[in-house]
Write a protein that binds this ligand. Structure first.
Ligand code: PMP
Length: 324
């Protein structure tokens, strides 16, 4: 018998998929960790589960308690599923700039959702800070604090990284991923470097994020903006502290769109925008390294969360973008 014990037991152990069109084009093996196949539909199910179970183990989260979080959507979706499965309530603060699909999904799942204006992190009304204050005000509540809670990257150190190592029999030349909290990038980078320090760990960065300049010139200097959601940062989160970064690759929106539409049309994979940054950077790295290398990246979530946006020609046209 091979039976999973509910939602929680179904998180992780995702397939590693050869991205055929990009691999064939470059002569490299470009592999995507299929995190969109997690039961809550994204890479953030893993972090959500570890954060909740860490709080349970520490005695911080008690029966009937509330998990509060500021999220671009996917962490909130993962947390709400887990809270439902474990008997907790979930209160989510989300910037109103995020896709309607994610906001609607959160409400459908049963989270209490507060949408607020998107303002920079240094502003006290930033969604992350608002969620922290709400958690402090409520009785029997915890703040998931995914950006600075190391349970997030531990999830990826203990599971995602280990799975990638097993699934490739250790034959990995490079790991490439964009960062939101940095939990995915950091946990996998720490795990893989421990196994083999020669594995190159590369941050993929959208326009408008400060990590590319941080890696290249040691300064956080965001420039431009991006249609992607859930990635990019203007600070080094606790999850990204003391984490190896060998290089960074910046991917702009036109290249991101080219990549996600190629994934859809040639590989049959319907992916979210951050995947365009990840696979775009993996493809650029394949060209840099030359044929014969194995590059692993992450397929964070599905395109169905962005149908009204990056898969909507009218929305793209309003942003001055189009798909060839
Ligand atoms: N892609 C998407 C669509 C996301 O929602 C997130 C998380 N915000 C990420 C990538 C980045 O993951 P992490 O927080 O682990 O850096």
């Amino acid at each position: 018998m091979d039976i999973k014990n509910g939602f929680v037991d179904t998180v992780g152990n995702t397939p590693l998929i050869r991205l055929n069109s990009f691999s064939d084009e470059t002569g490299c093996e470009i592999l995507g960790k299929a995190e969109f196949l997690n039961p809550g539909g994204s890479v953030k199910d893993r972090a959500a589960l570890y954060i909740v179970e860490d709080a349970e183990k520490k005695g911080l989260l008690k029966p009937g308690g509330t998990v509060v979080e500021g999220t671009a959507g996917n962490t909130g979706i993962g947390l709400t599923h887990i809270c439902n499965a474990k008997g907790y309530k979930c209160l989510i603060v989300i910037p109103e700039t995020q896709s309607q699909e994610k906001i609607d999904t959160l409400r459908t799942l049963g989270a209490e959702v507060r949408t607020i204006p998107a303002v920079p992190y240094k502003n006290p009304e930033n969604y992350v800070k608002v969620s922290g204050r709400l958690a402090a005000e409520l009785d029997n509540a915890i703040w998931a604090n995914q950006f600075d809670n190391l349970a997030n990257r531990n999830a990826h150190y203990e599971t995602t990284g280990e799975e990638i190592w097993q699934q490739t029999d250790g034959k990995v030349d490079a790991w490439v991923a964009a960062t939101g909290t940095g939990g995915t990038y950091a946990g996998v980078a720490l795990c893989l470097k421990e196994k083999n320090p020669d594995i190159r760990c590369i941050v993929a960065d959208p326009m408008g994020s400060g990590l590319y300049s941080y890696v290249k010139i040691g300064e956080i200097k965001p420039e431009g903006k991006s249609i992607t959601e859930g990635i990019g940062n203007s600070r080094i989160t606790a999850n990204m502290e003391d984490v190896p970064i060998d290089d960074a690759i910046q991917i702009d929106d036109p290249e991101c769109l080219r990549v996600i539409y190629q994934l859809l049309r040639k590989d049959g994979l319907f992916m979210g925008g951050s995947v365009g940054i990840n696979v775009g950077a993996a493809y650029a790295l394949a060209k840099q390294l030359g044929a014969g290398h194995t590059i692993v990246t992450v397929l964070c979530d599905s395109g169905s969360r962005y149908q009204s946006r990056i898969y909507n020609p009218q929305w793209l046209a309003e942003k001055g973008l189009s798909v060839g």
